[in-house]
Ligand binder design. Structure first.
Ligand SMILES: NC(=O)C1=CN([C@@H]2O[C@H](COP(=O)(O)OP(=O)(O)OC[C@H]3O[C@@H](n4cnc5c(N)ncnc54)[C@H](OP(=O)(O)O)[C@@H]3O)[C@@H](O)[C@H]2O)[C@@H](O)CC1
Ligand SMILES: Nc1ncnc2c1ncn2[C@@H]1O[C@H](COP(=O)(O)OP(=O)(O)OP(=O)(O)O)[C@@H](O)[C@H]1O
Ligand SMILES: [Mg+2]
Length: 347
């Protein structure tokens, strides 16, 4: 009942009852197929296997202005099941982020222009990269961008980190200011099938304008998303919004289960941290369990679907409890229960 009123309220849901039922029948069948595979992936997790299942995630983000975003992404990765969650941020942000949680491993290594002299830039940039490279091989996925800021020196350094991650075949979720970076340097993700972009409304608009050289077209949203994925080549994109549209350029999946009417900042960060974990699990599962060719799926797409479903469920539960005062931390508290509802942990 709640779901219906939420969707019908804004007058945008103009389908007849008949076409509405048909739409949901078809989508429910597709959805159940994907859900079954997701459950296989999740139920294959051994709860006793610490530090051996893929679950080491790194967030590249956090600067003077933004310390919440990298924390939300990193703690969400832990809450959905990652073994370890690292944050690579600027020196100013590190102590603040550490103080939010002892669970996170925080590396105060990034620098912004204001703290680096012009003649030091090259050597500082090299030592930042060298420090990240020491850790990179251990990560199953990195998330670039939550709370990164847009400082030009920082952007250059993070571009180098992304190039290295790509060479090392590390899946990379690009969110927030990471999307600002790649929109202006599309070569950083071009033809990278291990890259996931998670743009919100503004970030998607910038991406479409830059890559497709046109405006966002709501009437042909799926076709435009497919074209965008194909033009960049190989990447998976989750276009966030009232419904999340996910595509790798082959087909488009929509997640529109009921979430929360509350739009508190930080929900996208929960999503990027969760997607990093789920896509790593899906990749690991599919690499170690051969699937029949006809049912082959893209683990990056699966990761996005799982992340979106989980976040929406957690947001709905948090809103039920906290109503209009719901904030991002409340939603994080419900990640565990939502995961249990979708797929109870085995013994
Ligand atoms: N608690 C936290 O720490 C949270 C921190 N968060 C972090 O905040 C960062 C920005 O993400 P966001 O989602 O606010 O920016 P977004 O949708 O691109 O733009 C919205 C509008 O703002 C403007 N604008 C933005 N940045 C600007 C800049 N540096 N300088 C100038 N303008 C700027 C932008 O204008 P535009 O440049 O697009 O014309 C647009 O009109 C990102 O790192 C995110 O992870 C969030 O995750 C939430 C929780
Ligand atoms: N209008 C909406 N109605 C319902 N859910 C939404 C709506 N817009 C976004 N969402 C959900 O919230 C999640 C985060 O999307 P959002 O657009 O808020 O990201 P964001 O702007 O990057 O967030 P952040 O504040 O963390 O940067 C998405 O998965 C989506 O499911
Ligand atoms: Mg965001």
């Amino acid at each position: 009942e709640k779901w219906n009123s939420h969707n019908f309220q804004d007058g945008k849901f103009l389908m007849s009852v008949k076409s509405y039922l048909k739409f949901w029948l078809v989508h429910s069948i597709l959805f159940l197929g994907v859900l079954k595979l997701q459950q296989n992936i999740l139920s294959n997790l051994s709860v006793t296997c610490h530090y051996c299942f893929p679950g080491k995630i790194a967030i590249i983000g956090g600067c003077r202005e933004y310390t919440g975003a990298p924390y939300f992404a990193a703690i969400s990765a832990l809450r959905v099941g990652a073994d370890l969650s690292h944050v690579f941020c600027t020196k100013d942000a590190a102590t603040v982020i550490k103080s939010y949680s002892p669970e996170l491993i925080v590396h105060p290594i990034l620098e912004e222009s204001y703290s680096v002299r012009d003649d030091e830039r090259e050597s500082v940039s090299s030592s930042i990269l060298a420090e990240v490279i020491k850790w990179m091989e251990r990560f199953d996925c990195i998330v670039v961008g939550p709370g990164l800021g847009r400082d030009s020196f920082l952007m250059d350094c993070v571009g180098n980190i992304m190039r290295h991650a790509r060479q090392a075949n590390i899946p990379t979720v690009v969110d927030g200011d990471g999307l600002f970076l790649i929109t202006n340097n599309i070569g950083l993700v071009e033809d990278n099938s291990l890259a996931i972009l998670t743009p919100n409304v503004y970030e998607y608009k910038r991406l479409v304008q830059k890559v497709l050289n046109c405006e966002v077209n709501e009437e042909n949203a799926s076709e435009q998303l497919t074209a965008l994925c194909q033009k960049i080549g190989g990447v998976t994109i989750m276009r966030k919004g009232k419904a999340d549209l996910i595509s790798d350029g082959k087909k488009v999946t929509q997640v529109s289960t009921f979430g929360s009417p509350r739009r508190c900042g930080g929900q996208g960060d929960i999503l990027s941290g969760s997607v990093a974990v789920f896509s790593s699990w899906a990749r690991h599962f599919l690499l170690s369990n051969e699937q029949p060719k006809e049912t082959s799926v893209n683990p990056m797409v699966l990761g996005c679907i799982a992340g979106s479903l989980l976040l929406r469920k957690a947001a709905a539960l948090a809103f039920e409890k906290n109503k209009r005062s719901t904030v991002t931390t409340d939603i994080i508290e419900f990640l565990g229960q939502s995961l249990e509802d979708i797929c109870p942990a085995g013994r």
